[in-house]
Design a protein around this ligand. Sequence first.
Ligand code: S3P
Ligand code: PEP
Length: 433
Amino acid sequence: MVGSPLADPWPAPRPTSPVTSTISLPGSKSLTNRALILAALADGPSVVRRPLRSRDTLLMTAALAAMGIGVVDEGDDWRITPADLTHDADVDCGLAGTVMRFVPPVAGLSTGRISFDGDPHMRNRPVGEVLAALGGLGVDIDDGGRGSLPFTVRGHGSVRGGTVVIDASASSQFISALLLAGARYDEGVDVRHDGKPVPSLPHIDMTISMLRARGVEVDDTDANRWAVAPGPIGAVDEAIEPDLSNAAPFLALAATTGGEITIRDWPSSTTQPGDELREVLTRMGCEVSLDDVGLTVRGAGQLHGVDLDLHDVGELTPAIAALCALADSPSHLRGIGHIRGHETDRLAALARELGNLGADVTEHADGLSIRPATLHGGVFRTYADHRMAHAGVIIGSAVGGVLVEDIETTAKTFPDFAGAWLDLTGPALVEHR
Ligand SMILES: O=C(O)C1=C[C@@H](OP(=O)(O)O)[C@@H](O)[C@H](O)C1
Ligand SMILES: C=C(OP(=O)(O)O)C(=O)O
């Protein structure tokens, strides 16, 4: 049914009438993988309720289990039991930034040798600042001087910790990684950033809020400095919110078809950057409302261009860029040079693939300009990037004959995305075959 890179690309369905539905979404990748790391380092067993079970989070549970942590699947939930970390282990990071960056600071607390590698493109994604920081905090790292995968962490069972200066302009995950494990270091950790502005600050707020919820003292009073006091990480029983970034293509479907989509259980307050979609879709011309059932987006039949700085919410770029390509006025998406280091160089990939379908896109060093144009069908390549696939199906929901390559790449953060999409749209019509 679904495509693979070598198989036929997937015909993106174009609904013939407005799509109206109420749906539930799987849990947040960012919340699930933080909850797992914190549970592994906690002072007792934790329960992670309604976690996301997708490639990125299964790679995380596999990594923790390989290091000796107890991971028990209890149906809807995962029970995580901390342990002394003594095993040698191989960690497959896949294409998950959260595994490649969040696990090495935990591995430093092990007496085992923990070796890391991942998908071919993962060797290009930045991690050197985390490795250098760990070196400065007393952890031995063998990376052949590359500052990238593959590398081995040779911990000594404890980490001294202390103050470290890093350049986190390439990824907020460098900072989150050090903060998540920092309470378990002898001196805690005091991370200072020196460089161009740190992207995705809401994701650092997410890290801090989850640490505080577990009794960890975090000082973030000064800009570009985050200090975690040494001490226990409390075990908790926590339910994971739905993934609001993965809501983007579904909400977009209301916009592109003039329909109405409600996402159940949208939190009234959250640290997830996907919450920003409420503002973005309103500015593009949709009607947006939040109530006890969830978030509802009503499409007005026409989308308007926007001028947005997405520095804080870069992971939303592919879906927003796709909507901009369908808008009736020009858009400028700025502040997102760092997303060239995501699953693929997203600025280059979006410019190329939207352009191949007729969109008028200019790629800048740190963003995209998108002007109205008449789009047409064709193959939309995804470069193993789940969010490129989301961009492809959004365009395909409004333009006939769009074929999305490797739709299964969405499994990174969404099990059976294609099935969930078809449930709403119905199958593609014969025009694609
Ligand atoms: O900490 C996290 O869970 C994430 C942080 C962000 O990374 P960057 O700061 O590298 O953009 C985001 O884009 C990614 O999808 C998830
Ligand atoms: C950038 C992303 O992922 P990762 O956690 O692999 O960095 C993303 O999901 O958009």
